[in-house]
Design a protein around this ligand. Structure first.
Ligand SMILES: N[C@@H](CCC(=O)N[C@@H](CS)C(=O)NCC(=O)O)C(=O)O
Length: 203
């Protein structure tokens, strides 16, 4: 299978981490949807990465759907529980973490707009979402090694990606001191080869 991804996309990173954790072979096609010669809109009408092309030529996007597809390949470890309700709970944590990433991405893009076009109100509104999202994830992570059950899940990986994105793009945002459980979870995740090997290039 082929994964179309940019090296800086946190959503694509989530999928690269899942592939690494499961040891699934794939071809990484580096393609930035912001470049004029991108092939991404031919695969995903929304023009976003990640987009995954299966060996049979079927295309899956966006990242939660790709994550669901990877789980059907029955490669260990399973990162979603078999129990349907537990599965929904893990996906809720994934959605919350992805939502924190969404808000941080929106705030970053807004902050890069030229003077006069930038809205501090938009940035503050997005950072409020980040703050509330982290507070809920901190509550979920408190007193546990992993967010759900006793092993790593898609929820943990999505949280790790969101935290790493915040650290990269908002280094002045001091979330660690106020979120000790997330800080500990982040340390556990960032030390894994799947996270180390998918670190985004700076820039
Ligand atoms: N909800 C999507 C978000 C994907 C997304 O926004 N990707 C960004 C890169 S970080 C992108 O491709 N943006 C290009 C665009 O919006 O035109 C997912 O989880 O896959």
């Amino acid at each position: 299978m082929k994964l179309f991804a940019s090296l800086t996309s946190p959503y694509a990173r989530k999928i690269r981490i899942l592939l690494a954790e499961k040891g699934l072979p794939f071809e990484l096609v580096v393609d930035s949807p912001w470049e004029a010669n991108t092939r991404v809109p031919e695969l995903n009408p929304l023009g976003k990465v990640p987009a995954l092309v299966t060996d049979g030529g079927e295309v899956f996007f966006d990242s939660p759907v790709v994550a669901g597809y990877l789980e059907t390949l029955n490669a260990a470890p399973h990162l979603l529980p078999h129990d349907p309700l537990e599965r929904v709970r893990v996906r809720q944590s994934e959605a919350l973490a992805d939502g924190v990433t969404d808000a941080a991405v929106t705030a970053l893009l807004e902050s890069r707009r030229p003077d006069g076009q930038r809205s501090e109100e938009v940035i503050a509104r997005q950072m409020d979402k980040v703050e509330r999202g982290l507070a809920e994830l901190e509550r979920r992570a408190a007193g546990r090694n992993w967010l759900h059950g006793d092993s790593i899940s898609l929820g943990d990986i999505a949280v790790g990606v969101a935290l790493a994105y915040l650290e990269l793009r908002f280094p002045q945002y001091a979330w660690r001191a106020t979120h000790p459980a997330l800080s500990a979870l982040g340390e556990r995740l960032f030390a894994r080869a799947s996270f180390v090997d998918t670190r985004p290039p700076v820039g």
